[in-house]
Design a protein around this ligand. Structure first.
Ligand code: AP5
Ligand code: MG
Ligand code: ZN
Length: 213
């Protein structure tokens, strides 16, 4: 099963993608997590990606596409995957489609987690992230067991550099301009499913499971 998660920054793509990955035993692939791991490890890719991410801009397609195609070619992706944060532009979607078509394969579902902008800004200030393992928390909705420490790996949690209010506003603008057109793109392919992302995260997940079966 190959799934794409669509939705604004902070809509809950990562939260739902992890739950899907656990239930259906497929890898969760987040380009944002891959970039943040590279930033943390001080790689050249990380340094370059950070200059865009800190401004709330997209990392150029040339960098992003290669990373993603390398990742989905790995052995653990044979039976499917859930993509979180990719594609984010029409050209990215076209490259992915082309690569899959060449393998006689396709995406099964594109799930749009729908949350209005006003809810997003409120949510982001409460998010805490683990840059080591990609786990995500929320100080009110999903607190870690020990304050400031990742339940999964014990690393310190941080407020992401791009979760400052001004940057979140830029990310929302970029989303509306560059990523939202994908909703039409996948509607035309008859694989778009929309879920209400404003309700409790378990309820969001139940509606996704109802779609995936
Ligand atoms: P990325 O890491 O993908 O960030 P994003 O799309 O902005 O999305 P977020 O991770 O911020 O939000 P999310 O939807 O995963 O929400 P979450 O589950 O955490 O990308 C970051 C940057 O990397 C981009 O800006 C870009 O620069 C670059 N990049 C990445 N991919 C790229 C690509 N393909 N091309 C170019 N550039 C790329 O939830 C948010 C918070 O809300 C959490 O605290 C969570 O606990 C809470 N929450 C979740 N669900 C609920 C709920 N139902 N109710 C209440 N709270 C909830
Ligand atoms: Mg995320
Ligand atoms: Zn962790």
């Amino acid at each position: 099963m190959k799934i794409i998660m669509l939705g604004a920054p902070g809509a809950g793509k990562g939260t739902q993608a992890k739950m899907i990955a656990d239930k259906y035993s497929v890898p969760h692939i987040s380009t944002g997590d891959i970039f943040r791991a590279n930033i943390k490890n001080g790689t050249e890719l990380g340094k370059e990606a950070k200059t865009y991410m800190d401004k709330g801009l997209l990392v150029p397609d040339e960098l992003t596409v290669k990373i993603l195609l390398d990742r989905v070619a790995q052995e653990d992706c044979k039976n499917g995957y859930v993509l979180d944060g990719f594609p984010r532009t029409i050209p990215q979607a076209e490259v992915l489609d082309k690569a899959l078509t060449e393998l006689g394969d396709k995406i099964d579902f594109a799930i749009d987690v729908d949350v209005p902008d006003a809810n997003i800004i409120k949510r982001m200030s409460g998010r805490r992230a683990c840059l080591a393992c990609g786990a995500t928390y929320h100080i009110e909705h999903v607190p870690p067991k020990a304050e400031g420490i990742c339940d999964r790996c014990g690393e310190a949690l941080v407020l992401r550099d791009d979760d400052k209010e001004e940057t979140v506003k830029n990310r929302l603008n970029v989303y509306h301009e560059q990523t939202q057109p994908l909703i039409e793109y996948y509607t035309a392919k008859n694989i778009l499913k929309t879920v209400d992302g404003t309700v409790d995260m378990q309820v969001v997940f139940d509606s996704i499971v109802a779609i995936l079966g």
